[in-house]
Ligand binder design. Sequence first.
Ligand code: NAD
Length: 486
Amino acid sequence: MKTIANFIDGAFVVAAGGRVFEKRSPLNNELIALVSEAGRDEVDAAVTAARAALEGPWGKMTVDERVKLLNAVADEINRRFDDFLAAEVADTGKPRSLASHIDIPRGAANFKIFADVIKNTPTEFFETATPDGRGAINYATRRPVGVVGVVCPWNLPLLLMTWKVGPALACGNTVVVKPSEVTPQTATLLGEVMNAVGIPKGVYNVVHGFGPDSAGEFLTTHKGVNAITFTGETRTGMAIMKAAADGARPVSLEMGGKNPAIVFADADFDAAIEGTLRSAFVNCGQVCLGTERVYVERPIFDRFVAALKAGAEALQIGVPEDPATGMGPLVSLEHQAKVLSYYRKAVEEGATVVTGGGVPAMPGDLAKGAWVQPTIWTGLGDDAAVATEEIFGPCCHVFPFDSEDEVVARANNTEYGLAAAVWTRDLSRAHRVAARMEVGLCWVNSWFLRDLRTPFGGSKNSGIGREGGVHSLEFYTELKNVCIKL
Ligand code: NAD
């Protein structure tokens, strides 16, 4: 059985005492690896190595030298594309067709884009009048914040991790990454890439483990960590924010959502169906930006529900290697239990199950995997559990609505504020409704279309701060004003 090691100071390290946890396949619950669980000592060693690299070779490099290395990291990920693809698919069970189009290429692109951003983003300059008439000049410089703790989720493991590591390193920081315990492999593989292209040891470190009383907590409470960037559940983000208060350390939190889609009767019907099918079911519904509440204007409600049902039922559930697979399993049996508890709750609350609602019949060993059916409900009120709580599975509730004001109020009536999708052909309405949505990211007539230069993050309980483009630089650097009296 292979053991997945921690990556500390450029070396693969099995934690002292040999503590390991199991990584099982979401396809059939087969044990696929043991993962070395970092204790306080390993986390401390990783933070110490990161500090030494910051004060050593990495901190002394010019931006040009760093940028060259980060481009080499992207190239090496692409050269080892098949290894990353195999690791990501083994950990998550997602279709190869999906991971090869989204997870791995975007994982590599995150290094290139932020290498470009750091090279091409100027800082500000002001001339200031003074009473003596001689004046002063002000300019700003960017300096790394230091050692950054990076705590990651399991739904898009490489992509969401490099989304943070890419800009953190571009800005000259060093990192200690705590991947999700459910998806340990690609972060570890990235250690090999770092060594292969000559990233100095200690710049990129990986510690494996869980949250409370494990590597996650040890990292986020470590005094040597200068800033923490996190993606995951809202309640975890809040715990991390409390940990970061000790030392007044900055946090960037990308957290949960309960995202609405609003479909007006004048929308391009087929595009709205296609977009809503993707936003509800892609990656087995395990996308933070995914749609779990769909509001459809009453004149097209029945037709919309029927078409969405047909689309969901046409999704082929299957193994990653099959090119026809449209949906894989959930990431783990634990997550399957959570999603199925909502499937039951919807029925208890009186929902009409339009399609799905259970576990698909899978052949042979696959019957032991974390499979669930894509599921659509109607008939519940806005206060039902499946209409208010993030499920993070392939499911949505569809509600009818009658007016723009009504639907905007209902869509915004949530503790979350991550993303929304609005479907309409009326240009004025598109702008009007987008302006009123209380979210960090509002799509009109699309979903998941991302330009990595744009701000990304959530409002309300969905997050604090924005990453992407120059916004990442704001978090990963300290801006300093230099004021010179002439
Ligand atoms: P999670 O919060 O359970 O875990 C995320 C990470 O935090 C894991 O590495 C975990 O080990 C660690 N962790 C848990 N408790 C901790 C603690 N007390 N201290 C330090 N670390 C701790 O989230 P998940 O289940 O892995 O991911 C799914 C969630 O992530 C969903 O809520 C989803 O909406 C959210 N998400 C948000 C975005 C976004 O950009 N807003 C993107 C992807 C996923």
